[in-house]
Design a protein around this ligand. Structure first.
Ligand code: B12
Ligand code: SF4
Ligand code: SF4
Length: 398
């Protein structure tokens, strides 16, 4: 049936024992569909509502208007999809092989792209798998002659608090960086969920495991983790390079370093990630052209090339102008070089750049020219600490 086909459920016809059996099967089917883990929770997020409201009141969402657009619906899955009484929460690993984190961060002429974004866009892939999961559940109900279920898959872009739901469903605990962490799998995974109207048995949340650690808070390049569990989105490099439409505030430009699309630092220093498994999805492997790419190479891509190379990748959504904006900032942070100055000048003259990009290019030119007469380059102290921590704690992925 179509995932949106809404037919009143007669799920009450299933006995508690049949529902428990079904829950076990759902977890097994989830694995077969490539999910690392599935958990089930109810829809009650009332505890999160005041925290979400506070986060919005403080303006931590910045320009992400979609975060406030739906009021408290984010904390009320039953409003998003009426009839919902359970959330089947799923996580899928994305850490690609040969991540080369430290290699990448310590070479300021290379562009750093968040490791979730080097392969295929996860939204469609996960949503489709969740849809298949829903269809398998329906097929099982058919064999039990138990009527129709009403389900709907969501991944990331819907107004729903995915992390608190996954926390409730026992997939891990909320780390001080605000991401979900799993004792065996770290945090390199996406979340998605199937909203459903079956009274399945719920899972038990796991105990918080950060203890006294504060590594993520201390290592965030822009001090975006303003208190344990609370991220001021406006300061986060992920927001500045992906979500923000306009100019990147100057105070953050040098702190961004060579990170041109997202940031992984709070996860890189996390000790729980030392056990993280690599993804089993080849779709999430980093595309060859995005493996340790040179800033200048990426900066020279024209729009057609950008669109072609990033087809099907999450990177495409920022568009060519913001791509150039971000790379201009990274070039401004790179060691002084005449080749960089020439490339910036050339781009500035081209008819492919808008005012936004020109302003960032001008900033980069000033940094480059000042540095040309000054010193040799070294990554800032925080980044050096992240690099050391990755080399020591995540040697496989360094
Ligand atoms: C908006 C958003 C962002 C914003 C804001 C980040 C944020 N922390 O809110 C920006 C653009 C900065 C961002 C960045 C990233 N994001 Co994001 N993001 C989202 C999105 C769309 C909504 C998150 C949200 O609801 N924020 C609102 C605030 C209020 O929620 P919150 O941060 O969880 O806040 C809660 C805590 O503060 C808590 N709280 C307050 N006090 C206390 C005290 C205690 C003790 C506790 C336990 C909790 C607590 O209550 C609040 C309300 O629940 C979700 C997808 C989704 N629909 O849920 C993905 C999502 C959270 N992002 C994800 C990822 C992967 C990232 C990045 C790693 C991407 C990257 N590499 O660049 C970074 C990580 C940055 C970070 N440390 O958070 C994944 C996380 C997967 C996981 N393992 O948890 C998600 C779930 C997307 C997905 N479907 O997989 N993201
Ligand atoms: S993603 Fe980077 S900038 Fe954002 S909170 Fe984590 S370390 Fe800070
Ligand atoms: S770095 Fe430490 S405090 Fe931060 S999420 Fe990981 S274990 Fe928790």
């Amino acid at each position: 049936m179509s995932e949106t086909a809404s037919v009143l459920s007669n799920s009450s016809s299933l006995t508690p024992s049949e529902l428990s059996q079904l829950a076990l099967k759902i977890k097994q089917w989830g694995k077969e569909l490539g999910f690392a883990q599935i958990g089930i929770c109810d829809t009650d997020l009332t505890e999160e509502e005041p925290k979400l409201q506070q986060w919005l009141d403080k303006g931590y969402h910045g320009d992400m208007g979609y975060m406030e657009a739906h009021g408290m619906m984010r904390a009320r899955p039953y409003e998003l999809h009426p009839g919902t009484i359970r959330v089947i929460s799923a996580r899928m690993d994305y850490l690609p092989p040969q991540a080369g984190f430290a290699t990448n961060l310590q070479d300021p002429n290379l562009a750093y792209i968040s490791r979730y974004a080097g392969g295929r866009d996860y939204h469609k892939l996960i949503r489709n798998r969740l849809k298949h999961l829903g269809q398998r559940i329906q097929a099982e109900l058919d064999t039990l002659d138990a009527g129709k279920t009403n389900f709907r898959p969501f991944v990331d872009s819907a107004p729903i608090l995915e992390r608190p739901l996954a926390d409730k469903a026992g997939l891990g605990w909320t780390g001080k960086h605000s991401l979900l962490l799993n004792e065996d799998a770290g945090s390199w995974f996406f979340l998605g969920e199937l909203l459903i109207d079956l009274p399945l048995p719920v899972d038990i949340p796991v105990k918080e495991g950060c203890n006294t650690c504060v590594a993520c808070i201390k290592s965030c390049p822009t001090n975006a983790i303003v208190a344990p569990y609370i991220v001021d989105g406006r300061r986060c490099i992920s927001y500045l390079t992906i979500e923000l439409q306009g100019a990147i505030p100057e105070e953050f430009r040098s702190l961004i370093g060579n990170r041109i699309y997202g940031c992984d630092d709070c996860q890189l220093v996390c000790p729980v990630n030392s056990k993280a498994p690599l993804t089993i999805e080849s779709d999430f492997h980093t595309r060859d052209l995005l493996k340790q790419p040179k800033l200048l190479t990426l900066f020279n891509w024209g729009e057609a090339e950008f669109l072609k190379i990033t087809e099907g990748s999450p990177i495409r959504r920022i568009g060519h102008q913001r791509w150039l904006r971000n790379i201009a900032v990274a070039l401004g942070n790179a060691p002084a070089s005449q080749a960089i100055i020439d490339a910036l000048e050339l781009r500035k003259q081209s008819d492919e750049v808008n005012e936004l990009v020109i302003e960032h290019i001008e900033w980069a030119l000033i940094q480059q020219r000042e540095r040309l007469v000054q010193e040799t380059f070294a990554p800032n102290r925080k980044t050096q600490r992240v690099i050391r921590s990755v080399e020591k704690g995540l040697p496989r992925d360094a």
